[in-house]
Design a protein around this ligand. Structure first.
Ligand code: CA
Length: 433
C-alpha cells in the first residue's frame, strides 16, 4: 500500500527573495486565484508562506484523519491474510504429521513380514546347500563312472574299426565251394545238372579260362546268366571304359555255409557279354524290384551287341513284360523328339572316359555317362539307367544328385526318373524255340 506523504518543505515552499518593484500596471496580470487551504486564503504566492495557522493545522488534521483508518484497514487486511495463511500452514503441517505417522506405522507393519521372508530364504538356502553338498559328489561319481565306461566303449570301437579296416584292405575272398558242374553259360550249367541259383564257373570260350558268374536257376525255367546285378549299392558303377570291358564287382557272397548263393553287385564285363551273345541268339531279361517289394520285368527275345570297334553297339527286339518297353520305345512320359532321344536300341556304349552317346558325341561338356553316373548305351540320355547311382529308399531328389540329373537306378516307364530301384538285374539266356 503506497504511503501517502505528509507535507514536506518542498511542497510548502521556502521564503523567497523579496520581490522588486511591482511591474507597471499595464503589464500586470490578472490576480490569480490562490490555492485554498481549508478556507484560509493567502494574499498571494509572492508573499511567501506563513507558519501553519490553526486553520491549516485543522485542515491537515482533517486531511490526514482518514489515513490511519485506511492503514489500519490495510493492516487488518494483512493480518487477516496472514491468519489465513497461518491456518493453511497449520492444516498442511497437520497433514504432514499425519502422513509421517502413517508411514511410520506402515513401516512397522512391513518390517515383520520382511523379516519372516528373509528368515525363510535363509532357511531354504541352508536346505539347498545341504542338498547340493550331499548329492553333487554322488552325481559326479556316477558321471565319472559313465565317462569311463564310454571311454572304454570308444576304445573297443576303435580297435574293432582298426580290425575291420585291415580286413577290408585285403582282397575280397569268397570262402565258399563253387559247384563242380559247369558249362559254356548258365543254361548249359542247368542242363548239366546245376539246378540251384548260386555262383558257378562258366567257360564260353574253351581257349579262355573259366570265370565265375551267378546263375538264376529259378526264374521262368532257370538257365539265366546274370550279366549285371544291383541289390544293395555296395559297388560303385561309375567306372571307366576298360573296367566295364573286363568286368567289376562281387559276383556272390557266402551264405555262412560255404555256399555262394547270395548274389553280389557286379558287371560281368562288356567283352564277356559280346562273347556270350555271339554263341547263340539270346534273350535279354531285366528283372527289377521296388522298395515295397513289388516286381516288374522287361524281356527282349532278341539281343546282341557289336564288337568293341563299334563301341559294343546295342541291339534288342521283341519286347514282352510289365515294366514298359523303355529301351525300344523310349520313355513313356515323353513325346516326339524328347522321347526318341531316350531310345537305347542301336546306341553305342559310353563311359565317363569314352563319350559315344547321342548328345553331341565328343563334347566333354555333354556326357551322359558323367551326368547319369554310369556306363551304358546312352542316347540323350536315357529312359533306363540300370548302372546309375544307387539311392537307398527309392525316391530321390535333384538336391541329392551331383549334377541335378536323374542319375539313379531308373526304369522310367515303370517308376519315372526320380525313383531308384532297390533291385535291378540283367540276365541272358540262349533263345529257345
Ligand atoms: Ca555326349
Amino acid at each position: 500500500m503506497p504511503v501517502r506523504p505528509i507535507h514536506t518543505s518542498h511542497t510548502r515552499g521556502r521564503y523567497s527573495a523579496r520581490p522588486t518593484n511591482p511591474p507597471p500596471a499595464a503589464a500586470r496580470t490578472k490576480p490569480s486565484q490562490m490555492e485554498e487551504y481549508g478556507g484560509c486564503v493567502l494574499p498571494g504566492s509572492a508573499l511567501g508562506v506563513h507558519c501553519p495557522t490553526g486553520c491549516e493545522l485543522r485542515n491537515e488534521l482533517i486531511k490526514q484523519r482518514p489515513m490511519p483508518q485506511r492503514r489500519l484497514n490495510s493492516i487488518l487486511h494483512n493480518i487477516t491474510s496472514l491468519k489465513s495463511n497461518f491456518n493453511s500452514l497449520t492444516v498442511n503441517s497437520d497433514n504432514i504429521v499425519r502422513s509421517m505417522q502413517n508411514l511410520r506405522s506402515r513401516m512397522q507393519e512391513r518390517s515383520g513380514p520382511q523379516k519372516s521372508a528373509q528368515d525363510a530364504i535363509e532357511a531354504r538356502f541352508k536346505e539347498l546347500r545341504v542338498h547340493i553338498e550331499s548329492t553333487v559328489p554322488n552325481t559326479l561319481r556316477i558321471m565319472k563312472e559313465l565317462l569311463m565306461q564310454v571311454r572304454a566303449k570308444i576304445k573297443r570301437l576303435d580297435e574293432s574299426l582298426q580290425t575291420q579296416t585291415e580286413y577290408c584292405a585285403m582282397p575280397c575272398v569268397i570262402s565258399c565251394n563253387i559247384p563242380v558242374v559247369s558249362g559254356a553259360h548258365c543254361e548249359d550249367v542247368f542242363r548239366n545238372g546245376g539246378y540251384t541259383s548260386e555262383a558257378y564257373y562258366i567257360q564260353p570260350d574253351q581257349k579262355q579260362k573259366p570265370y565265375k558268374v551267378f546263375c538264376d536257376m529259378q526264374h521262368s525255367g532257370g538257365g539265366w546268366t546274370i550279366i549285371q546285378n544291383r541289390v544293395d549299392g555296395s559297388t560303385s558303377f561309375a567306372r571307366n571304359w576298360d573296367t566295364y570291358k573286363n568286368g567289376f564287382g562281387n559276383v556272390a557272397f557266402d551264405n555262412g555255409k560255404y555256399i555262394c548263393n547270395v548274389p553280389g553287385e557286379y558287371w560281368i564285363g562288356t567283352e564277356r557279354i559280346l562273347e556270350l551273345s555271339q554263341l547263340h541268339e539270346h534273350v535279354l531279361l531285366f528283372d527289377m524290384k521296388d522298395w515295397k517289394g513289388e516286381k516288374a520285368y522287361a524281356q527282349y527275345n532278341s539281343f546282341r551287341i557289336d564288337g568293341e570297334d563299334q563301341n559294343y553297339r546295342f541291339w534288342i527286339d521283341q519286347y514282352t513284360g510289365n515294366a514298359g518297353d523303355a529301351l525300344i520305345q523310349g520313355a513313356s512320359q515323353l513325346q516326339g523328339e524328347n522321347r526318341t532321344m531316350t531310345i537305347h536300341n542301336g546306341m553305342e556304349f559310353s563311359t565317363f572316359d569314352r563319350d559315344n552317346d547321342g548328345w553331341l558325341p565328343g563334347n566333354p561338356q555333354k556326357q551322359c555317362a558323367k551326368e547319369d553316373d554310369g556306363g551304358w548305351w546312352y542316347n540323350r540320355c536315357h529312359s533306363a539307367n540300370p548302372n546309375g547311382r544307387y539311392y537307398w529308399g527309392g525316391v530321390y531328389t535333384k538336391q541329392q544328385t551331383d549334377l541335378g540329373t536323374d542319375d539313379g537306378v531308373v526304369w522310367m516307364n515303370w517308376k519315372g526318373s526320380w525313383y531308384s530301384l532297390r533291385e535291378m538285374s540283367m540276365k541272358m539266356r540262349p533263345r529257345m524255340p
